[in-house]
Design a protein around this ligand. Structure first.
Ligand SMILES: [Zn+2]
Length: 131
């Protein structure tokens, strides 16, 4: 797991490029996916909602934004659709740089994180109802 705060410090490599961009709307899930304040084990643990940070979608011991964006095998198909458009990416800075290049790449990343976080939210609701 990353040091607390490391993720958000690294998200926007160039604030000027981000602010000056001429395309790309933010949505709820994109903000969550970039801030890490969402359905991530790391976040749930930080706010006291869960005791463990493990991933509920694979065997990983730690679910955090990095895991969800790049590693969790549960989202391989959706991730492949994104990387078809934006190219292979290994960290969030590379995703953000690609998003800033054009609207199609922006949309591919937004689509990915929206679909994935919606599914994680739905699974989370089911877990709460069951437990
Ligand atoms: Zn996982």
């Amino acid at each position: 797991m990353q040091e607390k705060g490391a993720w958000t410090r690294n998200v926007i490599p160039s604030l000027i490029d981000w602010v000056d961009r001429r395309h790309g709307q933010m949505n709820y899930y994109l903000i969550q996916g970039l801030t890490g304040h969402s359905c991530f084990g790391s976040y749930f643990k930080r706010i006291g909602k869960e005791k463990e940070v493990r991933c509920h979608h694979c065997a990983a011991e730690c679910d955090d934004p990095e895991h969800t964006w790049f590693r969790c095998p549960a989202w391989e198909v959706q991730r492949h659709e994104m990387t078809e458009m934006i190219g292979q990416v290994y960290n969030i800075q590379e995703v953000v740089s690609a998003m800033l290049q054009d609207q199609a790449k922006w949309d591919a990343a937004v689509q990915y994180i929206t679909v994935v976080l919606r599914e994680k939210e739905a699974a989370e609701r089911t877990r709460r109802q069951g437990g």
